[in-house]
Design a protein around this ligand. Structure first.
Ligand SMILES: [Zn+2]
Length: 136
């Protein structure tokens, strides 16, 4: 592995979680599809390119990785021990960007739902939240 990678890039190389089309997102997509919902993926013309977009219902869903987007779970609270300043800065930027995207989407009339990867992996409760929003 080359040495000139940023710590974040190195982390990405070591983990198998490459952002898009990660398995929690696939699980979510499969279940919503089974429930009969149809969606568009990664609409780049919308702030933050939401993972799933339901155009007729004005609902946008982000499937957030706990580590990168700083969920309150154990994974989201862990920070690599080396390069702490780098990570703090990176996480702060991610959080600020998430907030900016959510508020930009809301201003355009989108209902935004964040679903965390650990929620998808450990229970089906996220489905109630999603269905409530999609039916509403
Ligand atoms: Zn989490």
């Amino acid at each position: 592995m080359p040495d000139n990678l940023t710590p974040a890039a190195r982390f990405l190389c070591m983990s198998h979680n490459r952002g898009k089309n990660t398995s929690p997102e696939l699980i979510l997509r499969r279940k919503l599809h089974m429930l009969g919902y149809r969606y568009r993926l990664h609409r780049r013309d919308l702030p933050g390119a939401p993972d799933l977009v339901f155009p007729s219902r004005n609902v946008a869903i982000f499937v957030n990785g706990c580590f990168w987007h700083r969920h309150i779970c154990a994974k989201g609270r862990s920070t690599p021990k080396t390069n702490r300043a780098f990570w703090k800065n990176k996480f702060a930027k991610n959080i600020a960007l998430d907030q900016r995207n959510i508020s930009a989407l809301s201003k355009r009339g989108w209902k935004v739902l964040i679903i965390w990867e650990c929620e998808i992996m450990h229970s089906d409760r996220w489905m109630q939240k999603a269905c409530k929003l999609l039916k509403g």
